[in-house]
Every structure is written in C-alpha cells, then in structure tokens.
Ligand binder design. Structure first.
Ligand code: T5A
Length: 208
C-alpha cells in the first residue's frame, strides 16, 4: 500500500481556500484517488470542539499563549485521529489551513515562529504536509470576496485589523520564499476553474 499525500491550502481570509479545496478534491477523485477533505481548526471531533472555543467570543477571550496552545492541541488531535490514519490507508488528505496558519497568525507577536514550531514538535511530532499551496490574492479582491459571502460579520480572528492581516500575508510570502521545496505560491485571481488548473499544475509531480 502506497502512503497517501497530505496537501494543505493556506492564505488569508477570502482567498478562496474552501472553494478550491472542494474543486481540487473533485479533480483528484476523478483520477481515481480516495480524498479526505478536512480543515483547521477542526477536522476531528475534539478539534471541532476546540474550533468553537477559538473562533467565538470576544477578541480578548484567550491570551496569545493560550490561543497558540489551543491551536496546537486541536492540530495534535486532527493529525492523530484523522490525517495519519487516512494517509496510512493510501488516501490523499486536503486540509483547509494547517501549521503555517499558526506560524502566520500566532507566531509573529508575543510568540515567535520558533515557539510555534516547538509546540508543533510536541503536539504533532513536527509532522508537515507533502505540499502546501499558498493562495495569493490582492487584499482588495480578498476583502471583496469575503464581504460578498459574509457581509460585515467575521469570526474572532478574522475580525482583527488590517495591519494584522497584512503581517499574516507577509509571513505566508516569507514561508513560500524560504521553504520553496514545500510551499508553492499559487495565483488565486481569476475564475475558480482557472485557479483549480493552477493548483493541479502545482501538484503535477506528486500525482500518480
Ligand atoms: N487560524 C486558523 C489561526 O489563527 N491559526 C491557525 O492555526 C488556524 C488553522 C479560520 C480562522 O482561524 C485562523 C485563521 C482564520 O481567521 P475559517 O472560518 O476557517 O477561519 O475561515 P478562513 O480559513 O479564513 O477562510 P475563509 O472562509 O474566510 O475564506 P476562504 O476559504 O479562503 O474562501 P472561500 O472559498 O470561502 O471564498 C470566499 C468567497 O469568495 C468566493 C466564494 O464563493 C466565497 O463567496 N470565491 C470566488 N469569487 C470569485 N472568483 C473566485 N475565483 C472565487 N473563489 C471563491
């Protein structure tokens, strides 16, 4: 039995990750692959319960350290209960966000990138995706897409200010530049179909 592949989709709010995850899963299934669609925070029963704690409530509900630990705890459960068993049976796993989101959102304030990687080593033995697809979209377009869907509402983390989200975007770009063997930047502008084609090209060498 060949081990499956683990692919994460990353990017800012409204870039089109969820839309592309569904489209990519359909394209891979059409090639005869078993595909598991999952997300973070969440993706297992325990992690979905933690998701609710993380994304609801007031802006100051959690301290930065508690928030980072909750994301790491949710990820540990997700990896152990959902991702690893699926890979072991040969499935492809597509995750809407993974570790790089914690590095970009939690690892550039009170905690550093190195702190987040340490938490990940403890929680998930440093487990990494085979490939990370970073969806890039100009801020104005991403905001317009998110607004079309949600109006003015957003979750506890999505609702942070513009400067915060700009730092998140810069962090993702840095990962793509510094970890180019794993993190591929993919232009998320244009039609959903065009973006899916670009994503498939970025996975070309991994496909059977
Ligand atoms: N977080 C998460 C952390 O802080 N640390 C972590 O470790 C992790 C894992 C999760 C929040 O948690 C934070 C980050 C987030 O703030 P979430 O509810 O899972 O939040 O939502 P997000 O991941 O932020 O994603 P969004 O739902 O905001 O956006 P997506 O998934 O990128 O975009 P999508 O596909 O829903 O598309 C948005 C809209 O655009 C349209 C869609 O139909 C939809 O209406 N659209 C397009 N329109 C035109 N052209 C295209 N090509 C389009 N593609 C999609």
């Amino acid at each position: 039995m060949t081990r499956g592949r683990f692919i994460s989709l990353e990017g800012g709010e409204g870039a089109g990750k969820s839309t592309q995850l569904r489209a990519l899963a359909a394209a891979l299934r059409a090639r005869g692959l078993e595909v598991v669609e999952t997300r973070e925070p969440g993706g297992s029963e325990g992690a979905e319960a933690i998701r609710n704690l993380l994304l609801t409530g007031g802006a100051d509900r959690w301290s930065p350290r508690a928030e980072a630990l909750l994301f790491a705890a949710a990820r540990a459960d997700h990896v152990e209960r959902t991702i690893r068993p699926a890979l072991d049976r040969g499935a492809w796993v597509l995750s809407d966000r993974f570790l790089d989101s914690s590095r970009a959102y939690q690892g550039m304030g009170e905690l550093t990138d190195s702190d987040i990687l340490t938490l990940h080593r403890i929680g998930s033995a440093g487990f990494l995706p085979d490939r990370t697809l970073f969806l890039t979209l100009p801020e104005t377009e991403a905001t317009a897409r998110a607004r079309t869907r949600d109006g003015e509402t957003s979750d506890r983390i999505g609702g942070r200010d513009r400067a915060f989200h700009q730092r998140v975007a810069e962090a993702f770009s840095r990962f793509a530049a510094q970890e180019a063997e794993r993190v591929y930047s993919v232009d998320a502008s244009g039609t959903a179909e065009a973006v899916t084609e670009r994503l498939l090209i970025s996975l070309h060498d991994l496909l059977p």
